[in-house]
Structures are given as structure tokens and as C-alpha cells.
Design a protein around this ligand. Sequence first.
Ligand code: XUL
Ligand code: MN
Length: 344
Amino acid sequence: MPTRYKFCFGPWNISEGQDPYGPTTRPAQDFDWKLCALKKLGFDAMMFHDDDAVPDIDGKSDSQIRKEAKELKKKLDDAGIAAEMVAPRLWFSPNTIDGAYTSNDPKHRQYAIDRSLRCIEIGKILGTDLIVLWLAREGTYLREAKNGRRSVDLLVEAFDKMLAADKKARLSIEPKPNEPMDHAYIPTIGHALAIAQLTRDPKRVGCLIESAHAILAGLDPADEIDFAMAFGKLWSLHLNDQNGLKFDQDKPFGSTNLRSAFNQVRALERNGYGAKGEYVCFDVHPFRTTKPEHWLAHLDNSRKTFLRLVEKARSYDDATAKKLIANRDYAALDQMVIEHLLGK
Ligand code: XUL
Ligand code: MN
């Protein structure tokens, strides 16, 4: 049975256009507007940072957090929208300036763990066991500033505390090789799956692949998908695009390299991604130039491109490809792929 894919994005994907060099270019919209937009576009789920779910989380008590998470759950249920995951935002607070789980300050490491446990509680209330860990500041600007071996131990210690706190929670590590750090400690899927083996419950530590992050690591996102799925550990996905080794661009899926997007879709198809309920999420942003009336196009377009590429993957001439491969005629194979993507 071919997969019927389910789609997802986060409130941060309807962003306002600010960059390090200039202010917003679109007026802010509130959460209800974004949820309504998600529903109108026909998406199935929303992904959350802990403070997307409960704003100003650090200033709130546990009971206040529970109350607000329950209110959000009701809102999502009423809209018929699922919460795909919750991710602790461990890169904004003054307590995470020097990293979170790997900070050199023990008080700050404790903050990161306490906040992660709160995030797991929010996930439980929203009905998701998936906790995404983008380890934004777990790395260095200056290699001598931290001990890399100790940082691995600290990461494992933090993951173990989360796994112990909730026997159902699954940790999905989202690697990114750089930005904001010069070098991150968990830059690739290989690192994420290797560190999983050091934890108290490796079966509950998997990964999330973001196309742009793989490209920034100089890797092919399709190979990363095949690798993670060979371990049964691709639990979420942030499809987008990236033009070379620059800042994290979060372009619409297929915007830079349609052939790479095609190969990512082929990898998802051959591994049965989605069969266990996994969502296809688009971690894409509108261009800064986008007018408010075109604000959702990057999300709608990414899904359209994805679905067109699913058609292309399913109508790919496998029999001819096999013959060309057997004859080592890769020039003809190359042209066959190009013509298939161009259409007749
Ligand atoms: C950062 C990134 C994040 C994570 C969620 O590059 O991709 O938005 O996906 O924390
Ligand atoms: Mn992402």
C-alpha cells in the first residue's frame, strides 16, 4: 500500500522576516491565526517548542504550565490537529549562553535538564511522546573552551535523566553541524545514532533529519534518510532546502535542488517513512521579501512539490534504470532521471 503522507509545520514557520541585519517585514500574527492557517492549508499536525506551547515558560509554575498545556490540547482537539512533537528551546535564555547540557556552569546545566523535564510533561499533556532535541548551543566557538570528551558524557547524562523521568518519552536528536556554534558536538545523523547507544535506553533515542542541516554538513540528505531508516530511527523529518554552505536558509522544499529533493522522496518511499505514523514536516521560512498576503505560500508550495515528487518517484522507470545500471551506463541513467523530472 502506498503511504498517504501526513503533513506538519510549526508556528515559527510563519515567521516575520527578521534577520541579523534588519527588523521584521510582516506584522506578527497570534497563535490562533497560525492554527487556523495550518488547518486551512489542510495540514494534519503542528510541531511545538515548549514555549510555543506555553509562552514565557520560565516565569511560570508547574501547575500554571499544566493548565496552559491542557488549554492548548483542547484547542488542538477542537481543530482536529495533532501535536507532532515538543522541543525544549534551550538557546534563548541567559542560562544557555554557554550551552545547555554542556554548559561549563553546573547551575545552567541543571536549568537545561529541568526545562527539558518540563517539556516532556507538556508533550504528555499534548498527547505526544516525541521530544525533539536540536542541540543548538552544544558545541563551541572556541575549541579550548570546553572538553569534548566531557561534553559527550554530559549529553548522555542529560538524555538519561529525560529517559528516566518518563518511560514512554522518545528523544529525537536533530543534528546540525554549525550555526549558532562554530562546531556542534552532534553534527550528523551518524553522531546522533552513535550517542544513542551510550544512553540507558538506546531504543528510545532516535533522530530527526533536516535537509538543510545535512547539506550544511556536506552530506546528501537522501543518504542520511537511508542510514537513519536502516536503524528504524527516523522518527521525524524537516524537509527544506539550502543553497550550499551558508547560513541555515530553510528554503522551500526543492527550491534549490529539485533532483536532491526527488532523491529524498525516493529514500522515504523505499523505506516506508510514514507507515508508523511519522509526519512529513516542513521547516521552511518565507523569504524576507514576502508580502503578508503571500505569507503561507512557502508551506503550501513545499507540500505541492513534495506530492509531485511522490508521483515522480512512483512513476520512475525502475526496469529501465536496472538495465542501465547493469550495463554501467550511468550517462544514460543520468539523462533518464533528468528527463523524468523535466516531464515530456
Ligand atoms: C534550527 C531548527 C529548529 C528545530 C527545532 O535550525 O531547525 O527550528 O527544528 O528546534
Ligand atoms: Mn529543524
